[in-house]
Write a protein that binds this ligand. Structure first.
Ligand SMILES: [Zn+2]
Length: 333
């Protein structure tokens, strides 16, 4: 009897803790003070990012938070000649216009199709029936949620890495990933469709996305490299579409895999001369500030999403350095 009571208590504590991971936005400060070794790693991360990435460093190393359904919506905006952004401050989808139709990267949550995605397309003057292709960064419901609608109504092709089709179609029992319950049986899945594989470009007409495998957040998380145009000038953009926002819910093995993936992504983005940083969860580098800058932009001024190659690499370096911080905390170093 006593044993049962204790067990119940333990279960309560565990579920209360799990709830805290979602419910407490700024939270995630480590339960115990950082050791000197961890503090040294944080300093390393600060150095890696410099003043430009101080906010990113603070987010990833010190104050991570998950995206939330209540993140304030952003104004749907054309950010490049061929790229539009729709969604909210925690989670966005990008729409790329090509002569052969629209390609969307991610699709928000299912319950945001009617409230954000479709109204956003309409506001931007984009016809949802022209969405030929949706490329999904990883198999969680806040990224693939909108896909069944487009697949059903417009026959849009849905691209997801094989490992994440598997994750969606056979979700692990209990809390397997950061969206836990949300991606369980309640999530409506798209019908099994196209797969994303590193080394196989995703094409829509002449437009090409180069996928980079970045497992860690999920087994099939992907990064994307693709060209964008600003007043006719082409720049190379990248998006790490499987960013770990709150490390507390990722396994030790997952964090190690993630560290390797970030290094791989760094190599690929360096080779591709990436100078534009786009995120599907732009919490570490708030998107609203950039949209404001874009709106106030005068002729000849730079596009706030174009950062330059060196600054893009520093952005990735901070992701890596803060992952090392989180691994060291985990190990109790
Ligand atoms: Zn996710």
């Amino acid at each position: 009897m006593l044993k049962l009571k204790m067990l119940k208590h333990a279960v309560l504590v565990v579920s209360a803790f799990a709830g805290w991971l979602y419910a407490q936005p700024p939270a995630a400060a480590p339960a115990k003070p950082d050791s000197d070794a961890v503090k040294a790693l944080i300093e390393k991360a600060k150095k890696a990012g410099g003043p430009m990435w101080a906010g990113e460093e603070h987010f990833f190393c010190e104050a991570p938070r998950a995206n939330s359904p209540s993140d304030p919506p952003i104004e749907p905006t054309k950010i490049f000649d061929n790229v539009y952004v729709i969604g909210n401050q925690g989670t966005v989808a990008y729409v790329i216009s090509t002569p052969d139709g629209l390609l969307m990267i991610d699709s928000l949550s299912a319950d945001q199709t009617e409230t954000q995605l479709l109204p956003g397309l309409q506001k931007l003057g984009l016809d949802p029936s022209k969405v030929k292709t949706i490329v999904v960064g990883h198999g969680h419901a806040d990224h693939f949620g909108g896909t069944p609608y487009f697949q059903e109504h417009y026959g849009s092709k849905i691209y997801i890495a094989a490992a994440d089709w598997d994750l969606m179609e056979h979700p692990p029992a209990g809390r397997g990933g950061d969206k836990g319950g949300k991606k369980g049986p309640l999530a409506v899945l798209p019908k099994h469709d196209q797969t994303i594989t590193e080394g196989v470009p995703i094409m829509l007409g002449d437009f090409k996305i180069t996928p980079v495998a970045v497992p860690g957040h999920t087994p099939g998380s992907m990064g994307f490299i693709f060209p964008v145009k600003d007043n006719g000038k082409t720049h190379v953009a990248a998006m790490y579409a499987g960013t770990i926002l709150t490390p507390g819910i990722v396994s030790d093995e997952g964090l190690q895999t993630y560290l390797k993936s970030v290094a791989h992504f760094k190599e690929e983005t360096k080779k591709a001369k990436v100078e534009v940083e786009l995120q599907n969860h732009p919490l570490m580098d708030p998107i609203q500030a950039k949209l404001d800058k874009l709106q106030a932009r005068k002729k000849g001024e730079p596009n706030p999403f174009v950062l330059g190659q060196g600054n893009y690499q520093k952005f990735v370096d901070v992701m890596s350095a803060c992952t090392e911080v989180n691994i060291a905390r985990r190990k109790g170093v």
